[in-house]
Ligand binder design. Structure first.
Ligand code: ING
Length: 312
């Protein structure tokens, strides 16, 4: 038995004007509850310190810079790191990162029980668009505000197991989970901010979005025999709805805990990392079963190459 008691710390909406300090107070309240319920690890959402700002288009550099962290922990987040160290709780925290060279990434960090950052991930799959799109009912400008992640999909030994990270849209791409699966990952941590509606397909609502979110999370868990912890920032942000649906998924692909609200809500579950072993040693023993000689297209091609037209 290698139990890691996980707290999935779903956040309700963060309004555009909400200061970091107020948000950090919410994160710390969730950590207090996680500690009281015996958690070893707490997982926060994507961009957990600000509203989902890629829904806004602006060229105002000062406003844009205000959404990014230039140090982690910084003045606003140090109290959270201090509390985590006091409670010996490891943490996944999503935030907008601005490097000293001025590069911008949608980032998540993983800490250990001592509050030290043991891993950093930068979102690889950026959805949406890179320029203002007047056709959309709302913007999704992640390709404008961030660069694609340059760190790949690493895993880290932490809390007696092998942990990996991704962010939001990454969960929709099977390569994300498989690259970590090929490193023996036992628990994938991710945060997400998923609009409840499709800005290009008005008939697609929250039910379909929640269905697709669980579909990819359960598949990723099962096909790589790993735990998956997925945590939403949810609810109505400045009039823009985000889905909730935070879940903890076991290595058999079963949802073992799911959020019931679109507010700040803590899910706690004792995850036995040894539950990943049977799948990795049998049906998903990659070394025994995979046939890489047939998988070349997956890395040789970015887009689709259609078959040739039949001869007339
Ligand atoms: N948000 C959404 C996500 O991938 C999206 C964007 C929603 C893309 C639904 C495609 C379909 O969950 C982020 N932040 O990636």
């Amino acid at each position: 038995m290698r139990i890691v008691t996980v707290a999935a710390a779903q956040l309700g909406p963060i309004q555009r004007a909400e200061p970091r300090e107020a948000v950090v107070a919410r994160l710390m309240a969730l950590m207090e509850e996680a500690h009281a319920r015996g958690a070893d690890l707490i997982v926060y959402p994507e961009l957990a310190l600000t509203t989902f700002f890629p829904r806004y288009y602006t060229t105002d550099a000062a406003e844009i810079d205000g959404w990014y962290e230039t140090e982690m922990p910084g003045p606003a987040t140090r109290p959270l790191f201090d509390l985590a160290r006091r409670y010996r709780i490891a943490m996944y925290l999503g935030y907008a990162e601005r490097t000293p060279e001025g590069r911008r990434f949608n980032t998540a960090i993983l800490t250990d029980r001592e509050g030290a950052i043991v891993g950093k991930y930068r979102k690889v799959h950026l959805p949406g668009h890179g320029a203002y799109d007047p056709e959309r009912s709302f913007q999704h400008l992640e390709k404008y505000y961030f660069e694609p992640g340059d760190l790949g999909f690493p895993v880290w030994r932490n809390l007696g197991g092998i942990m990996g990270m991704c962010i939001c849209n990454d969960r929709r791409w099977p390569e994300t989970f498989r690259v970590m699966g090929l490193q023996g990952v036992e628990m994938v941590l991710l945060g997400y901010n998923t609009p409840s509606t499709n800005s290009q397909k008005p008939e697609e609502g929250p039910e379909k979005r929640l269905f697709h979110s669980n579909l990819v999370l359960q598949a990723g868990a099962y096909q790589n025999s790993t735990w998956v912890v997925a945590v939403a920032k949810a609810g109505l942000e400045d009039g823009h709805p985000l889905i909730g649906g935070s879940v903890i998924v076991n290595p058999d692909g079963e949802v073992v805990a799911s959020a019931q609200t679109e507010a700040d809500e803590l899910l706690v579950h004792a995850c036995d990392l040894d539950d990943t072993v049977f799948g990795k040693q049998t049906i998903f023993d990659f070394a025994r079963h995979r046939r890489v000689e047939h998988y070349g297209r997956i890395t040789a091609q970015t887009g689709v190459v259609l078959p040739t037209e039949p001869k007339a």
